[in-house]
Design a protein around this ligand. Structure first.
Ligand SMILES: [Zn+2]
Ligand SMILES: [Zn+2]
Length: 328
């Protein structure tokens, strides 16, 4: 009676250093431990971190992916059948960091699809209950899947005073686009600098001033520069763009570090702020109210069977957000 047995194998996009990324049709179905829920994954977003993992970032092995919308199919009653997103840092809950509101920096954390824990590029995934956020019915999967990366750019406003600031965002990719949209409200002036005319056009269509990299002359006048280029050269350009005593926010992680020259940081007394994960609640609200528009950033979509093609598409500089739709 095969048809009534529980599914014990599932499709998943798996990475290991010997085989690279590959579709596995018989990956073991995950089973939630105490304090975890089982989620049927519906929509997955691909981000640069996923692509960096394929180059060896974090030495990760397992199911990749961390941006998703899904429905809870195993867990406490009040969560069953709820459409959810989930924060990615899975913390111990008891250490000095976790008990003082700094759980994202828990030294023994695992991170969904990034470090020590299987991710969401699969038919099903397991996530900690405390990481879940319900999505309002009015918020579509295509918008909700941006909750994690939007939270990450809202983090900038928690770290740096953007009110009335003159801000330059370097990079017109996934994170640069979201950062500019989030910063446009509080900033007095905002300029996005990028290499791709089509991507800059998307930003100017939502009222953001843009400049092509070739036409951009850095003049050390910006109060805050957000480096979302994803390349080591971005930091050097940021140091030539920020004013003395200004702030550079780093949003890029690299599989391989560049030989950075930090003399400018000292000479111009620049504050360098590393910025990673941010608050989900305001991200979900901004997506739900339409305060921050995101669906124009979706370049193309694939089903899970074509997840490898989706990864290729996401690494094509002409595309911004690539989504994967999962059928159960
Ligand atoms: Zn991400
Ligand atoms: Zn901890």
């Amino acid at each position: 009676m095969e048809s009534v047995e529980l599914v014990q194998a599932m499709k998943a996009i798996v990475f290991d250093s010997d085989n690279g990324p590959h579709l596995q049709g018989d990956y073991p179905q995950p089973s939630p431990a105490s304090g975890e829920v089982l989620v049927a994954v519906e929509t997955i977003g691909i981000c640069r971190t996923d692509l960096e993992i394929l180059k060896g970032y974090m030495g990760f092995t397992g199911v990749i992916g961390h941006e998703f919308v899904g429905t809870v199919i195993g867990g406490p009653d009040e969560w069953m059948s709820r459409r959810v997103v989930a924060e990615i840092n899975c913390n111990c809950g008891v250490c000095e960091f976790c008990t003082t509101g700094l759980g994202n920096h828990c030294p023994s954390r695992s991170v969904t699809g990034i470090a020590g824990r299987d991710g969401v590029m699969a038919q099903q995934a397991v996530v900690p209950l405390v990481n879940l956020h319900k999505l309002p019915d009015s918020l579509t999967n295509d918008r909700g899947v941006f909750a994690e990366p939007l939270a990450a750019v809202l983090r900038i406003g928690q770290q740096v005073d953007l009110d009335g600031a003159n801000v330059v965002v370097l990079g017109d990719g996934r994170l640069g686009q979201l950062a500019a949209r989030a910063i446009k409200g509080p900033a007095a002036a905002l300029l996005m600098v990028g290499k791709h005319a089509g991507k800059l056009q998307l930003a100017s269509a939502v009222g953001i001033d843009t400049r092509g990299l070739k036409e951009f002359t850095p003049d050390r006048s910006a109060d805050v520069v957000v480096d979302a280029t994803g390349s080591p050269e971005g930091f050097e350009l940021a140091l030539r763009t920020v004013r003395p005593l200004g702030t550079v926010v780093l949003k890029s992680t690299f599989a391989v570090g560049g030989g950075m020259n930090l003399a400018g940081v000292v000479i111009d007394e620049i504050t360098v702020v590393g910025s990673r994960c941010g608050p989900f609640a305001p991200a979900i609200e901004a997506l739900d109210t339409g305060k921050i528009e995101v669906t124009d950033l979706i370049s193309c979509r694939f089903d899970l069977d074509h997840g490898i093609e989706a990864l290729h598409a996401a690494s094509d500089g002409r595309n911004i957000k690539v989504l994967i739709d999962v059928e159960q």
